[in-house]
Design a protein around this ligand. Structure first.
Ligand code: MG
Length: 181
């Protein structure tokens, strides 16, 4: 089997940012948050809410404490065991989130290279695993595979991915799809 390069996103793909992020909103504003139904859900908030949500991403220790999705760490390890190169490719934000993302990866996926890059399509990869439709679209537009976990905020954009998978078994299926590339 030929070695493939797989670019793996972090938030919404391997680790769960959304749950603690929404919980922080609900603590701050003492009301339930309307479940994000599109990627640009921050645009639906008022100015105070949006400012809080953006600032919260720079909370020291936030990223370090994120939970991985069931099967996600094993799924990335399976790609490595199958002889592929897996890279974590995640968009940089402020300094605390950058530090937190590196720390999270060195704790949970030691030895896996981490690339902080928003323009993920510029990398030479064979497949990307990402929950953002833009990254999926840019991959498939250049003949590469895109797999993603399906959430309320990206389900309506499923046609952007080669496969958009139910979160509960996505990481079981992705290594098998990579074997067939
Ligand atoms: Mg993501």
């Amino acid at each position: 089997m030929a070695q493939k390069i797989i670019a793996v996103d972090l938030d919404g793909t391997v680790c769960d940012l959304m749950t603690p992020w929404v919980a922080a909103y609900e603590r701050q504003f003492a009301r339930p948050m309307v479940p994000p139904a599109r990627w640009e859900f921050l645009d639906d908030l008022d100015d105070d809410e949006r400012a809080f949500m953006v600032a919260h991403l720079e909370t020291p220790g936030l990223f370090e404490s994120l939970e991985s999705y069931p099967g996600a760490i094993d799924g990335v390890r399976r790609l490595l065991r199958d002889g592929h190169r897996a890279l974590i490719v995640t968009s940089p934000a402020g300094p605390n989130s950058v530090i937190g993302k590196y720390a999270w990866c060195s704790d949970h996926l030691p030895g896996v290279p981490v690339v902080m890059l928003r323009e993920k399509h510029l990398l030479k990869y064979d497949a990307i695993v990402d929950d953002h439709a833009m990254h999926a679209r840019l991959a498939t537009a250049t003949g590469r595979a895109a797999y993603g976990l399906r959430w309320d905020y990206n389900a309506h954009q499923a046609s952007c991915w080669t496969r958009l998978l139910a979160p509960e078994d996505a990481w079981d299926i992705i290594p098998r799809l990579v074997r067939e590339l």
